[in-house]
Design a binder for this molecule. Sequence first.
Ligand SMILES: Cc1cc2nc3c(=O)[nH]c(=O)nc-3n(C[C@H](O)[C@H](O)[C@H](O)COP(=O)(O)OP(=O)(O)OC[C@H]3O[C@@H](n4cnc5c(N)ncnc54)[C@H](O)[C@@H]3O)c2cc1C
Ligand code: FES
Length: 281
Amino acid sequence: MIEAQTRRRLYTFPLHRRDSIGSAYHVLTFEANEPIAALPGQFAMVRSTTWGDAPLLPRPMSLLTGGTRPSILIKVVGEGTMRMAYASSGEQFELLAPLGRPWSPLPEGHRAVFVAGGVGVAPLVFLAQALGEARAGGEMPLALYGGRTHADLPLDAELAAVTELRVATEDGSRGTHGRVTVLLEKALDELSGRAIKVYTCGPDPMMAAVARICAERHVACEVSLETPMACGYGVCLGCPVPRRPAGYLYACTEGPCIDAALIDWERGHGVSAGQKARGAS
Ligand SMILES: Cc1cc2nc3c(=O)[nH]c(=O)nc-3n(C[C@H](O)[C@H](O)[C@H](O)COP(=O)(O)OP(=O)(O)OC[C@H]3O[C@@H](n4cnc5c(N)ncnc54)[C@H](O)[C@@H]3O)c2cc1C
Ligand code: FES
């Protein structure tokens, strides 16, 4: 991780293309004049040079790819992602990257099980592609992918190309009817006795549930935190997450990829944790 963090740089790249997946999800691919040496699970702080003073801060985004065609998957939730969703080819963006702790390697002899929710799929597609390059004929990761409805499964085709994919939707419009944790419990039953490692990224309640299920079954679990961030590299102290058994860790430098057992899911994290740590109401 230290080596990766010392490679951090502020790049300015034009947007190469924007691919929309429905109205809410978009993949932005940048034209890099020099490659970003990112590892799966690392992220970038992203901002368009056209934004002016508002939004002021760059937005943290997992890298879907690094190299000379760095890309991100965005879901429109507010001002920054809305502006990204309307960006045109050629628009200049600043990317501070690569940032954060990447996914840890899959231990020898283990099967990787991914649990993804919504845009949490991006760092897992990056990891699956890297594992595929290293696998040389071995087992594909098993990927479990959940959303509220079929429209909340961006990059399902990309994930299916590099994993054995099972999907679940809460409204039953695709795959198993229910939450992705239903798929996880079934998969852990099937794989009982096998050495496995779970990698998960998605909404906090989903990751908390995945962490609990894995802890109950003594299965290794790593999460990628999507805590709101201001700087992305450890100077603003704005991304505290409750650590077990006490205190806080910083999601941007000690994460985003981190052993799920180190997080105190009962105290919650994200916006509320940041407010609590800073003493706000
Ligand atoms: C390491 C990391 C990787 C991320 N990867 C991705 C990714 O690949 N794709 C993606 O779409 N998003 C990702 N996110 C989340 C993304 O950073 C936020 O959605 C984005 O900053 C929102 O910016 P905005 O200006 O559109 O929304 P804002 O106007 O800032 O906020 C709109 C609403 O969303 C809420 N919100 C903002 N950020 C978050 C957050 N992080 N968690 C929960 N609620 C939030 C706000 O409280 C508000 O209610 C990642 C976050 C982190 C820390
Ligand atoms: S985002 Fe600034 S310290 Fe983590």
